[in-house]
Design a protein around this ligand. Structure first.
Ligand code: MSP
Length: 680
């Protein structure tokens, strides 16, 4: 049994979890699950990064003590991971005593080896990235994120990073797999080759951190503190180092591409200085983009996992992220793509294969896996399916081990499509209507082959979609999928006569309303956050990071509903932001426009909202000829209750401006804007 240790970055608690954080954690969970299925002694670590200036300010802005604030947000991350069934073995918090003790032990070891000295630092610091930067002058933009930097003038402790330039280059050269993918490795090599300066590793102008041993006026630089979590969680620096000895070095540190430098330069240098073993590899994935930008709280373009879980389930989110995005590259998230993939690959793909195969075994063979013929009723088609399955098993493993999840799933779904085609060609339902012996033997063969292929895809996909595959496995009569020995997976292991479990659909088809529901849930949440943030942000906040700090009254993670807090007092004659967000204004495109018989002012329009086409009646016939409207983008109130005019239903209202007695002028845009976009 070999050991396997995998880690996620520990997440900053200044932002509540979103699907960007979930992406990394899901990828690690999937890898950990596969390793467990392969029989490896697996340890999966995640946690929260809770010290530093950025968190201290976020707490201040929220009107809480840092400890109160970090307790709350850390608990939200953990609750969400639990709700998603993520199988982490340990959750480390950097404010925990076990971590503090370990970090101080690491500091002492580096100091004892002669790599720490005291000096003065004057330069720019980016609080958002918690990074010392080369920019010049107060307010100069951070080269990483573009936010204004702050001048730091302090007596600090320094780490002799410059001493590690050569050893690091040697490491990257001798272990080409230390940094993956190649593009990141090249970036790191050129960064290190251009020269390394010593690094300030303590701060003395704020106190939210771990005190430097024997000099508590200083707190340890938050990145040294945070990176150490990978060993402190295993008991490094404590009286019980069993886990450290068993699992360290890590097999995989999984990170997003923006924190490569910290992990691939600073972390190995700290470990080399301390004389500790280095991790075996660091893998950086790309960013999840939403509306073309990195999904992040500061951009305000986040999508929460809860929304997707509520509507489509956790497995759908896991499958989508790993199948749709090429791991290592940036990839876009959209509700449309999510629902499309869900319907194509899960509802119509795996789900349909499971329900039609199992239902027919129930109907024609009393719920027992039938006998496949090896003689007269056997055809070359069964051999071809067996071959495709054997290749899918091999390819899935190869791609998965290289973290090419998308290609691994594509290989498995190649088998799903092959079997779908096989079923259609062999028409088992027609064979079931015949009484002769050959047809019956052929029916048994076709259903056995389909069920066996289903078993193989289910076993392969289990780490990616643990819930649905566990259900299909039980429906196949195979018991608990956890007991399955993945290395043994081969074609032909499904036993004849296996009694099926109760057959139930696992992926109900999603209609377009699923997209609207998810969009609405997110918009409601964003509106709630925006209104509470405005009310609570500290005007004196010094950096952009603090101006967007989480609001104290933000709703609990599980509920996408607006905050239960009483609405803020609104002066007479004004409406609150909550009132405004009740009105759903959207961009729509006119597809059809025609006059309504007997009504001079009325036009009947069919407008496309991206998710649906609906009929609207509008009193603009005197101002606009119908043919001039087709193709035009307009604004409509999308959530107005339907009403009837001249016997026709109007589903919404378009927006136009007019002065008394004047002609209406349609609201429109100078720049192009996608159909369905919301006005807010
Ligand atoms: N606290 C540091 C990491 C310390 S590790 C010793 C940090 N935290 S973070 O909260 O900003 O989380 C960063 C990680 O969250 C990224 O590296 C990535 O794994 C994940 N993601 C956050 N937003 C993301 C996207 N929009 N897309 C993909 N991953 C994202 O940096």
């Amino acid at each position: 049994m070999s050991k396997f240790y995998i880690t996620t970055p520990i997440y900053y608690v200044n932002a509540r979890p979103h699907i960007g954080h979930a992406y990394t954690t899901i990828a690690c969970d999937t890898i950990a699950r596969r390793h467990r299925m392969l029989g490896d002694d697996t340890w999966f670590l995640t946690g929260t990064d809770e010290h530093g200036q950025k968190i201290e300010r976020a707490a201040q802005a929220a009107g809480k003590t840092p400890q109160q604030f970090t307790d709350e947000v850390s608990a939200e991350f953990r609750a969400l991971w639990d709700r998603m069934g993520l199988t982490y073995n340990d959750f480390i918090r950097t404010t925990s005593p076990r971590h503090k003790q370990g970090v101080q032990a690491l500091w002492r070891r580096i100091a004892d080896a002669g790599y720490i000295y005291k000096s003065h630092y004057t330069g720019q610091y980016c609080v958002f990235d918690e990074l010392y930067v080369d920019a010049v002058g107060s307010g100069a933009p951070c080269p990483e994120c573009g936010r204004p930097t702050e001048t730091v003038k302090e007596e600090n402790y320094f780490f002799k990073l410059s001493a590690f330039q050569e050893p690091l280059i040697k490491l990257y050269t001798e272990q080409p797999d230390f940094i993956r993918p190649e593009t990141r490795r090249n970036e790191v090599i050129s960064f290190v080759a251009s020269g390394l300066r010593d690094l300030s590793i303590s701060r003395s102008t704020f106190s939210w951190g771990i005190p430097v041993p024997d000099d508590p006026k200083h707190v340890i630089y938050v990145w040294l503190d945070a990176l150490a979590n990978y060993i402190t969680a295993l008991g490094y620096g404590s009286s019980d180092t069993t886990k450290y000895e068993k699992y360290w070095p890590a097999d995989v540190h999984m990170i997003g591409k923006e924190i490569v430098r910290f992990h691939c330069v600073y972390w190995p240098a700290f470990l080399m200085a301390a004389g500790l073993p280095l991790p075996k590899g660091i893998t950086a994935h790309g960013w999840l983009l939403f509306e073309e930008n990195k999904m992040s709280k500061s951009r305000g373009n986040i999508v929460r996992a809860e929304t997707i879980i509520d509507v489509l389930g956790t497995d759908a989110l896991r499958y989508f992220l790993l199948r749709e995005i090429v791991f290592g590259q940036d990839g876009s998230f959209s509700f449309d793509a999510l629902v499309q993939r869900y319907n194509a690959d899960l509802a119509n793909g795996l789900g349909n294969l499971a329900s039609r195969t199992l239902t027919m075994i129930n109907r024609y063979f009393n719920g027992e896996v039938p006998y496949p013929s090896h003689t007269a009723a056997h055809s070359a088609q069964e051999d071809a399916i067996a071959e495709t399955a054997t290749k899918a098993i091999a390819d899935f493993g190869t791609y998965f081990d290289q973290f090419q999840f998308s290609r691994a799933l594509e290989a498995a779904w190649g088998l799903v499509s092959a079997v779908d085609k096989y079923i259609v060609e062999n028409e088992p339902w027609a064979l079931g209507d015949k009484d002769d012996e050959l047809s019956r033997a052929r029916l048994g063969t076709v259903l056995y082959t389909s069920a066996e292929a289903l078993r193989i895809v289910t076993a392969l996909a289990h780490p990616v979609m643990p819930d649905a595959t566990a259900k299909i496995w039980a429906q196949l009569g195979l018991g608990d999928i956890k007991n399955f020995d993945l290395p043994e997976l081969r074609w032909g292991q499904l036993h004849l006569g296996t009694k099926l479990g109760e057959v139930q659909g696992v992926f109900p088809r999603a209609d377009k309303s699923a997209i609207t529901r998810m969009q609405n849930m997110e918009e409601r949440n964003a509106a709630t956050l925006a209104s509470t943030t405005t009310a609570t942000a500290t005007p004196s906040a010094q950096s952009s990071a603090t101006a967007v700090a989480p609001p104290p009254g933000a709703p609990p993670v599980a509920g996408a509903q607006p905050s239960a807090k009483p609405p803020a007092a609104v002066p007479d004659g004004k409406i609150s932001i909550d009132d405004f967000t009740k009105v759903e204004l959207r961009v729509a495109q006119v597809k059809v426009a025609e006059r309504v018989k007997g009504a001079d002012k009325l036009l009947r329009l069919e407008v496309d909202l991206g998710t649906e086409v609906r009929q609207i009646l509008a009193g603009i016939a005197e101002a606009y000829a119908p043919e001039t409207l087709v193709g035009r983008k307009i604004v409509i109130v999308a959530n107005l209750a339907p009403r009837k005019l001249r016997g026709l239903e109007s589903n919404g209202m378009l927006l136009a401006a007019s002065i008394d007695g004047g002609k209406p002028v349609l609201a429109s845009f100078l720049e192009d804007i996608p159909i369905g976009a919301r006005l807010k």
